[in-house]
Design a protein around this ligand. Structure first.
Ligand code: KG4
Ligand code: ZN
Length: 338
């Protein structure tokens, strides 16, 4: 492969409730990143309804593709490969992206690259003038994952620890629902936490810290649920901002502590954040503070690249492509539990 030639990857993401298509140059430069979000559609149901998600992906994907190619200022023939998220996610939703990617790959006679959604979240750190190169430690914190990952190079990694039960984002969403906040709950809790104090003692005994580099969120979630129910039963007024601030504190601190311990133990100079919960302002602020304290370079994607988008898929697809990894064919299928 000629190293001098620019490589354009078209990325497709449809694993949950965002239909997104992007064009990324050389794995690093975002030429376009169109995101059609279904959040407003699912809001009224308090969460993502899988069948509705699939149908809306189908309706949106052709227009999103048109816009992504037009905004990138290239033609479809300039694309070197088509990269698509094939898991993890909702099976029907994933299939829309996988089918579109297969059709494009077949039509354009360009390679099809399979991308793992979580690896794509990590690759969001390579975009937007980032100077990050492996190795580094990445804390992946999303609606489905809470993991510390040792990124050894662009294609090899080791999961050092993960949640033993609920993911952090899932816990944010459940507590938010109980407090009557909208969907998705994470951003709502983030907003309200800024108005409250993290001084509620009820989380004191919640077991958010599991052994080693692992996490556990079910104890914290139950503590929150019990506290809210007890207060309601006693007829006490609930201080929602304080609950949000306390929950945020206890949910985030173990991630910060363990991620920096792992980075220092590995002797790495770089640490990164990835996944939807990486949009959390307290988590971002704590990473920056700790980076300063321990002289570790902190990398955090801009907000729009933390939640689901196709630019991150195209970036990961690029590194798979140039390393000849995960090159797929017409037998590629969605893998919801990847
Ligand atoms: O990565 P993502 O978009 O989807 C998955 O791959 O899971 O993450 C979605 C999760 C949701 O649980 C959402 O509540 C959470 O990220 N989230 C946040 C914030 N923004 C999104 N959690 C806390 N604070 C935020 N600002
Ligand atoms: Zn995601």
């Amino acid at each position: 492969m000629n190293a001098e030639k620019d490589i354009y990857i078209l990325g497709i993401e449809s694993s949950c409730d965002e239909t997104s298509i992007a064009v990324v140059k050389n794995g690093r430069v975002v030429l376009s990143n169109i995101i059609s979000s279904q959040i407003d559609i699912h809001k009224r149901f308090g969460g993502v309804v899988p069948e509705i998600a699939s149908r809306n992906h189908t309706m949106a994907i052709v227009n999103v593709l048109d816009e992504a190619v037009k905004n990138a200022g290239i033609s479809l023939d300039d694309i070197d490969a088509v990269a698509v998220t094939y898991g993890a996610g909702l099976v029907g939703a994933l299939l829309v992206g996988v089918s579109a990617a297969k059709s494009l790959s077949y039509m354009l006679k360009k390679p099809l690259i399979a991308v793992n959604h979580i690896r794509a979240h990590i690759a969001a750190n390579y975009l937007n003038n980032s100077n990050l190169v492996p190795p580094f430690l990445c804390a992946v914190v999303s609606g489905g994952h809470t993991e510390l990952v040792n990124i050894k190079d662009y294609i090899s990694y080791e999961i050092l620890g993960s949640t033993q039960d609920d993911a952090a984002g899932e816990a944010f969403d459940k507590v938010a629902r109980l407090l009557g906040l909208g969907y998705p709950g994470g951003p709502e809790i983030d907003k309200l936490a800024k108005l409250g104090n993290s001084n509620i003692e009820f989380f004191k005994h919640a077991k958010t810290i599991s052994d080693g580099y692992n996490f556990s969120y079910s104890g914290l979630k139950t503590a929150a649920v019990n506290y809210i129910h007890n207060q309601k039963a006693k007829g006490n007024e609930i201080n929602i901002p304080d609950i949000c601030a306390s929950f945020t504190y206890y949910a985030i601190e173990p991630i910060v502590e363990k991620a920096f311990t792992a980075t220092l133990n590995l002797g790495y100079e770089n640490i990164a954040l990835a996944g939807g919960v990486a949009a959390n302002s307290y988590l971002r602020e704590r990473f920056l503070e700790m980076g300063e304290k321990y002289k570790v370079n902190v990398h955090i994607p801009p907000l729009a690249l933390c939640t689901d988008n196709a630019a991150m898929v195209a970036s990961m697809g690029y590194y798979n492509y140039i390393n000849n990894v995960n090159i797929a064919d017409m037998t590629l299928n969605a893998n919801p539990s990847l």
